[in-house]
Structures are given as structure tokens and as C-alpha cells.
Design a binder for this molecule. Structure first.
Ligand code: PEP
Ligand code: MN
Length: 338
């Protein structure tokens, strides 16, 4: 259930409602909008006396949230979640561009890529240091050394960095270097990891599992939100279908659907969604038109020799062209790429 307080409700009345809910044994999550405060009531299924709360001072009304995801639901925060990333605000009018190689391969490779994507207009640098590879014989990433190079490149070019964390024990280490923790598709339902990134209070990019329903994905966001970590972004990276010509099938529907179901920002990953560089630009432009709040795109200075995902990586020059085109599309749909 959510309790919608009246506009300009007094603080002591809000506190009284919170105290009543907590005394009854329920947990409270606050959503303080510009206009009004919404109080999320999280319980274990036991009923709560709704009439009694509705009669309290400054309470406008109580609403049941019917979806199984409560804190992730659009009803809980009708205005949408926004938070700063570097000098930019995610979830607002701006579209946030994240770019960089699939994996950090060397200091010079990440430096060169960071400079190129920064010049092209990217706002966040990506690069994997701990790689969850399908084969145990594939390059597994440089680990802590990769985190160091990534953080150094981010600092040098003024770009916050996003990198994947693959197990709970690594969360505190990755937090020391990264501005955003990526939870990969293969780990979307790794509940121990979701608890750990939730507790960290670091911004999280939660990728959709490759065969996951949107509702399952939002339930995973709920795990993170339940720790009071509100800086969660969802990432559509393509799903498994019968089609094998492309690596995945880009579920562009997810962008407007998630916008309606949830208040969380939605980021598109056209690189993993298509799996071939030739299609990345088309899928990226479609994402902007569909209402994505950001894009994460793989860029490599020499895709032919990349240690992972070279076939879907754009060269810096092509990425720069794409950014110019995305800016025009953003403007047409009343968004902005700064
Ligand atoms: C990645 O971002 O390089 C990655 C492994 O993505 P996903 O988890 O979507 O496969
Ligand atoms: Mn990749």
C-alpha cells in the first residue's frame, strides 16, 4: 500500500503516519516529490488498517499497489527517479551516453578509448574488469588492475565510470573504483549480489536477464530498492528469441513499457541487443526515439583485435557520427543530449 500525503503536508503529520505504520510492524519507504510525499508501506502480506491511516491529519488517501514490485512501481513515484551522474542528471530531459570497450584490456587501450568517447560527447565511461564469460577459456578480464586503469581513465577525462560486479564479495572493491555498479544479464537474479549492491548505496545499472520477463526484472530492482538504494537504472540489452541471425532480439517495447510500469530510468544497450556493429547505430537511434533515458554502447579503437565483443564494437569515428545523429533525434522527441 502507499499513503499519499496532501500537498504541503506538515512534517510532524508525515512523521506521525510513519510512526503509526512502523508501530504496526511494517517497513516504510519515503518518496519525497517536489509536490507531495508518498509513503510506501512494505509488509509481509498481513493487512494494515487502511481506514485508520486515511483518517490521520494531512493524509490524502491510501492506495493498494497491486503489482508484486512496490518500490519500483510507477505509482510509488509518479514523477520518475532522477539523480546526478557527474555533471549530468539521469532520468530527466537529458539522455545519458555511456560508452567504452566491452573489457578493459590495457592502460593504453582504455586511455585511448576514454579520450575518443569523451571527444565524441559521451558522459560515462564503460569497461569490464571482471567479465562473466560464457566460456571459462575466454578472457576473464584484468580484475583489480583493470579497475585501476578504468578509474584512472575516468579521472583523466572527467568521466564517471561503470563496470560490472559479478559477486557479492567484490562489491566493496568495485565501489572503490566505480561510480556505477553494473549487474550483468547473467547475474540479474543473483539475489545475494542484488542484496549486496543494494546495501552498498552505490548507483546500479541492472541489466535484464536474457530470458527474463519485465516483471521479473522489476522484482530484481525491488531487491536493490528494498535496501533504501534508490539510484537504480534498468538496462534493456536484448532477449533470447527463436531468431539467431542477431545475437539477441532487441526488445524495444521494453522502453515504453518500463516507463509506464516503473519510475526508474531505462538505459538501452544496442551493442549486446544486436551483437553486430552494423546494426548498433539503427538500434541506438530507435532507442532515443522510443524514450530511453540513456544508452550504453561498446566502442573499441581496434575492434578486430578486441579481447571480447569486437564484432559488436563501434570504432570511435562511427560512434562520433552516431552521437550527432542521436542529438537530432533527441531534439525531435523533446529530449536533450548535452
Ligand atoms: C557487458 O556489458 O559487456 C555484458 C557482459 O553485458 P550483458 O550482461 O548484457 O551480457
Ligand atoms: Mn560486452
Amino acid at each position: 500500500m502507499i499513503v499519499i500525503m496532501k500537498a504541503q503536508a506538515r512534517m510532524r503529520n508525515i512523521s506521525a503516519v510513519i510512526a503509526r505504520i512502523e508501530d504496526a510492524g511494517f517497513k516504510v519507504h519515503l518518496s519525497e516529490g517536489e509536490e507531495r510525499t508518498i509513503i510506501g508501506v512494505i509488509g509481509d502480506g498481513r493487512p494494515i488498517d487502511r481506514d485508520q491511516i486515511e483518517r490521520m491529519a494531512d493524509v490524502e488517501r491510501c492506495l493498494p499497489i497491486l503489482e508484486p514490485f512496490k518500490l519500483a512501481s510507477r505509482n510509488f513515484k509518479p514523477t520518475g527517479t532522477t539523480f546526478p551522474l557527474g555533471d549530468h542528471l539521469v532520468g530527466g530531459k537529458e539522455i545519458i551516453l555511456m560508452a567504452g570497450p566491452c573489457s578493459v584490456e590495457s592502460r593504453s587501450q582504455i586511455m585511448e578509448t576514454a579520450q575518443a568517447v569523451k571527444e565524441a560527447g559521451a558522459h560515462v565511461l564503460r569497461g569490464g574488469a571482471f567479465k562473466p564469460r560464457t566460456s571459462p577459456y575466454s578472457f576473464q578480464g584484468l580484475g583489480e588492475e583493470g579497475l585501476e586503469y578504468l578509474a584512472e581513465a575516468g579521472q583523466q577525462f572527467g568521466l564517471p565510470v561503470v563496470t560490472e560486479v559479478i559477486e557479492p564479495a567484490l562489491v566493496s572493491l568495485v565501489c572503490q573504483f566505480a561510480d556505477i555498479l553494473q549487474v550483468g544479464a547473467r547475474n540479474m537474479q543473483n539475489y545475494a549480489l542484488l542484496h549486496a549492491v543494494g546495501e552498498s548505496q552505490h548507483p546500479v545499472l541492472l541489466k535484464r536477464g536474457m530470458s527474463s520477463l519485465m516483471e521479473e526484472w522489476l522484482m530484481c530492482a525491488e531487491y536493490i530498492l528494498s535496501h533504501g538504494n534508490t539510484r537504480v537504472m534498468l538496462c534493456e540489452r536484448g532477449i533470447r528469441t527463436f531468431e539467431t541471425y542477431t545475437r539477441n532480439t532487441f526488445d524495444i517495447n521494453a522502453i515504453p513499457v518500463i516507463k509506464q510500469m516503473s519510475h526508474l530510468p531505462i538505459i538501452a544497450d544496442p551493442s549486446h541487443a544486436t551483437g553486430k556493429w552494423e546494426y548498433v547505430s539503427s538500434a541506438a537511434k530507435a532507442s532515443v526515439a522510443a524514450g530511453a533515458d540513456g544508452l550504453i554502447i561498446e566502442v573499441h579503437p581496434e575492434p578486430e583485435s578486441a579481447l571480447s565483443d569486437g564484432v559488436q564494437s563501434l570504432k570511435p569515428r562511427r560512434y562520433a557520427q552516431l552521437v550527432i545523429q542521436m542529438k537530432a533525434i533527441a531534439e525531435a522527441v523533446d529530449r536533450e543530449i548535452r
